[in-house]
Design a protein around this ligand. Sequence first.
Ligand SMILES: [Fe+2]
Ligand SMILES: [Fe+2]
Length: 473
Amino acid sequence: MAINYSEKIPNNVNLTGDRTLQRALEHWQPKFLEWWRTMGPSDFAAADIYLRTAVGVDAAGWASYGQVRMPDYRWGIFLADADPARTIGFGDHMGEPAWQQVPGEYRSPLRRLIVTQGDTEPASVEQQRLLGHSCPSLYDLRNLFQINVEEGRHLWAMVYLLHAYFGRDGREEAEELLERHSGDADKPRILGTFNEPVTDWLSFFMFTYFTDRDGKYQLKSLAESAFDPLARTTRFMLTEEAHHMFVGETGLSRVIKRALEVMTELRTDDPAAVRNAGAIDLPTFQRYLNFWFSSSLDLFGSEVSSNAASSFATGLKGRPDESQYEDHRCVHVAFQLAQPDAARGITTESIPLRNAMNEVLRTSYVRDCELGLKRWNRQLERAGTAQRLKLPSPRFHRAIGVWAGVHCDPDGALVDESEFRRREGEWLPTEGDRAFVQSLMQQVIAPGRMAGWIAPPERGINSLPIEYDYVRL
Ligand SMILES: [Fe+2]
Ligand SMILES: [Fe+2]
């Protein structure tokens, strides 16, 4: 369907064909814009930014690029093309036609899934709102804002579903998505990681590598949903999400590259020397990685979960790439789960696979995270240093699930609390690390210039040169 950009809300869902829905969304739109103004990127509202805007769902030309002021960004509603023959691919309803409407009995859990996903989108914009003031380059500043406007569009995607399919409850939920705020003492965002402050760019790159990748896995499992509009909207969101993780992976790789340059110049692996030269030493990098990885693991929820079992059974939420599995029903199948045991250390318990779906998702997420680690370690190897980076054990530093509050070292071995406290500073960012990283966060905005703690990217955006003025202040 062609997109009519003269409409208030660009869309491919034929909004003009549903006056009531259109009016409801047009009523929500100014509230969204007010939220963007007060809780979105601080300053830069008047800057012209080289942004990508989704204009359709055609793989060949789904986005257009151009100078845009963020408040004028066209946040639209786009669902991937419908497949009229689509059937449900897993669970108890497997083989039945996908749902075009919400079945009454699943209304409340489905709404909860959509609200939880929707809540993360504006949350991340709030978390990142001050980062523009300390950007390492115009290229990076533009990428930050690109991610921010797209998270805004992802909020639109979820709000569309709430308005279109959940009536009055849905409209109320849409309002509340603008009323909870990241880190707010009274009305925080729903999930823990989305209340963590992201006040430096090392955290931002860790967030986009690890936390946006959790988003990818959640979206991929919702893209399997029996509720077809949810499947179609999340499938299109994944197209945008890929860029967010690209920013994380390349950002972290550039931080490593810069550290290696300094180590080569100074002919030393000494972290203190790297810091003195204004780059981020690898042990500090590893501690930030440990923090953001373990926090993001919690987003998948508890290892044993009756909610996860019923989401799978009912068809609300599948596994990422469900078609790759042989068994799509998973009844009478056991899953071996390692868990802490007060008397015997660690034991393995057999639980029904459906109850272990969170753990199944988490495991495929961990494998995906490993890919970046492999690339970064090749970078270290080529540079001739013996230092390596590592994902900590999923048992380490967990706040949710069977490992919550259990003290483990990054290799997953149980340690007592006093040892954990004694060695915490080797494993997780210290006050000193945070102060050091913060001290590097000086805004660089001359076209083509880079802050000293990060190497330039390999190429610019959309075939433009690196020194292009991606943000015109
Ligand atoms: Fe998103
Ligand atoms: Fe994202």
